[in-house]
Each structure stands twice: as C-alpha cells, then as structure tokens.
Design a binder for this molecule. Sequence first.
Ligand code: ZN
Length: 242
Amino acid sequence: MKIKEILKEDTLSDLEKEKLGLQYTLRNSHQNRSFKDNRKLLKKLEAVNDQIKKLKADLNEGMEFNACTVEDNEHGGKTVSPHDMRQEKVACWVCDGVGKEKHGDKEYECGMCKGTAEIDEWVCGGPSMQVSNANGYAIQRDILGLEADHAGMVDAKDLPALRRKLIKMVNVDKERESMHSPFQDEQGPMRAHTDDQGNTKIGRGPRMMGGERTDSQVLRYAQTLLDMVDYAMKNDLVISWA
Ligand SMILES: [Zn+2]
C-alpha cells in the first residue's frame, strides 16, 4: 500500500475516534451546555462526518497512478511511495478558506482550521492520474499489458518499452481503438474488504457500470501516462497504482 493511502487511513482512524468522542460528549453532558455550544459541537460532528465520507470515497472508489520511489524496508520487502509527496497548506474546505462559520447572525471560529482558514493536505509533486476503477483496470489490461488488479507497479526496466507503446498510442489513432468502450460493465478483482459492521469479507470488487470510454479520454490517459513515464525515467522512479 502506498504512503498516501496509509496516511489517509491513519487520518480516517483518527477521525473515527474524534467522531466517537463527539458523540459521547453530545449524549452525556447535554444539559450542562448552552444551546450555542451544542450547535457548535453538532456542527463539528457534521464536519468530521463529511471528512470521513470524503476519505472513504477516496480510498474505495477510483485508482491513482503515480510516479513512485521504491525503497527496501526493514521487513525485507519494498516500500513504494509517490515521489515528492509533501504537505501543503490549502484553503479549509469547511469554512471555504474564511476561518469563520456563520450561524444565524453570529460568527464562530471554524472548528476544522481553528480560524486559520487553512488546513494541511498531502499533495504529490510529480504527475499523477486519478481514474475510476473500471478505467484503471482497462488501462492495466490494454495499455500496460498486465492482469488487472487493485494495485500494482511497472518496474524501471520496463519503462522504455512502455514509453514506445505510449508514443504510438498518442500519435496513431488506430492504436487507441482497443480501449474504446460503448458502455462499461466490469467486475473488480477478488479482494478483502470490510463492511459497515467491521466484518472482513473476501469477494469481488464492486461492479462498475458507467459511461462510454471515448477516444479523447483514451488519448488523455496515454498522454498523462507518457508524461509520467518521462518523469519516472528522468528521476529514477517506477510507475505504481492503487
Ligand atoms: Zn475552516
């Protein structure tokens, strides 16, 4: 699993804890609080819930292709992580970068950014590409020539051949035809997942049904991947997705 995914999952577990704490407080000391403070807590809970939803959607839906570093880890395996990951200040999405929340005619300090109007977000410096799972599987099969899976990697030694293929795809219309699709109806590969009750189950990934895959879409995938491969070859990286 990539560093970014791990960070998202860490954040998610912190948020789940925060949510439990807020729910506990709201349930157990209701009578000791003013209406105003109660509203503040509820608003906070709402914000935490929204962020949990957003993170879960990020983790479960879609696939991200990145240029990545590969390092040996202490367990004798490899750690793959997006190149040039860094934390950056971005406008707070709860208060739209204002730092304040308005309730009625009163203003309160934003509970998410504590009034600073900014929050820390992980961003990737190199080229990256976010696609739906169905398109991610098609890219692996039809462009990378691999068996589709929810995560994987193209080694540095295989990048020159991939680059030649991508240049052809970008320049020759016919090379993109195999990826055109009138309508998608695809099933994800077998994998473990955890349901709402916290039970882990093994099963097929979600069934993906969606719109067509047009030539301009395929061209965009090929062009973005070509940029990514160039970047990876220049910086001694691999291409990885999850
Ligand atoms: Zn804010």
